[in-house]
Design a protein around this ligand. Sequence first.
Ligand SMILES: C[S@@+](CC[C@H](N)C(=O)[O-])C[C@H]1O[C@@H](n2cnc3c(N)ncnc32)[C@H](O)[C@@H]1O
Length: 404
Amino acid sequence: MKLFPNTVKGVIYAIDEIFNQNRYADKVIEKTLKSNPKWGARDRAFVAESVYEMVRWWRLINEVSPSKDLYHLFGTYWVLQGKGLPDWREFKALEPQKIKAKYEALIGNRALKQSIPDWLDEMGAAQLGEKWDKEIDTLNQQAEVVLRVNTLKITREQLAKRLAEDGIETYAPKGYKDALVLGKRQNIFKNAAFKEGLFEVQDASSQLVAAALDVKPGMRVIDACAGSGGKSLHLAALMENKGRILSMDLEGWKLQNTKLRARRNGISIIEPKVIEGNKTIKRLKESADRVLLDVPCSGLGVLKRNPDTKWKLSPESIEKVQGIQQEIIQNYSSMVRPGGILVYATCSILPSENQQQVQKFLASEKGKDFEMVEDQKVLAQESGFDGFYIAKLKKKGTSRDSIE
Ligand SMILES: C[S@@+](CC[C@H](N)C(=O)[O-])C[C@H]1O[C@@H](n2cnc3c(N)ncnc32)[C@H](O)[C@@H]1O
């Protein structure tokens, strides 16, 4: 593959913004692509992919590169990809053989070779034991692009056919009834089928969350950490757009996105509600047949698509989010009616954010009203998709599902 000075310059600019100005990788890439409208599809793909991969392998590249010069770091990344360097002045000081030898000498140092902080390697090994080695290796691979078919508007077969007519090949992964995986990475948001609300982009593991709630048309459902509404939209489709979904979050701007997405999806049963403290929760006591707690988490299960997470996390930030998770399950579980179902989910692979939180809740005063139905510990190495945790709990008492 040939390198071009202007796109490499774009990559260097983006890396500088991310690591020296502390900006988010996805936002920086979006801005870089926007300010270079003349780049073609291949140039854009090259820039986006190179930036994400350099972010992913940042620690390793820095270890192996002869200096911190951004062109040297890019060149080192390029050599580690097994590619040849052009005869540019910026790459003169780089010796590919030396770079490769330095890389080979890292054998046995997992944190460096997998390009993660030491503390994360220690935490992963302590919590996942022998599964950690393969898990971090899998989480360092590129994510596939997965669509969730909006079954309110189209079937999976029909959507696959429609996309194939546009030259977009997909396959239907086994065990995920509404999912389609793209054969090749591309910007699918540009496709007319997206604008018509025929699908959303949502990882296959994430699609297991709404499915775990076992919703029926007509139910009253609360999605208490709804964010921009990924799971709310899925729930609405499973409910055939009948019943009521209260999509709640602390952040109003995220719920605005939920509203826009619901409109595109042809959904009318979603009602956004900003949480204004405990009184909002208290007012909804025992009001829902189903409550989803898709709680904030470390995001360690989705490192494939958000590689910069590992540079932003710390042991302290993980401990802090664990406190919030326990607070949410303790307080928000009160909204489930007797006989109803509570689902606790994270996109983390750490037991301390997952089963240990649920066990702590079940052993507490408020948890005494609940029993575990089942939980799914979805590791990336086993699923082939993101890492997730999904626990389904039932509130004791007689079920009186409010199907209208
Ligand atoms: C994992 S994200 C949710 C993703 C979303 N469910 C989706 O499928 O797109 C967690 C969300 O919890 C929200 N959050 C954080 N603390 C909260 C709290 N105490 N109560 C409710 N929501 C909270 C965050 O704003 C964030 O949107």
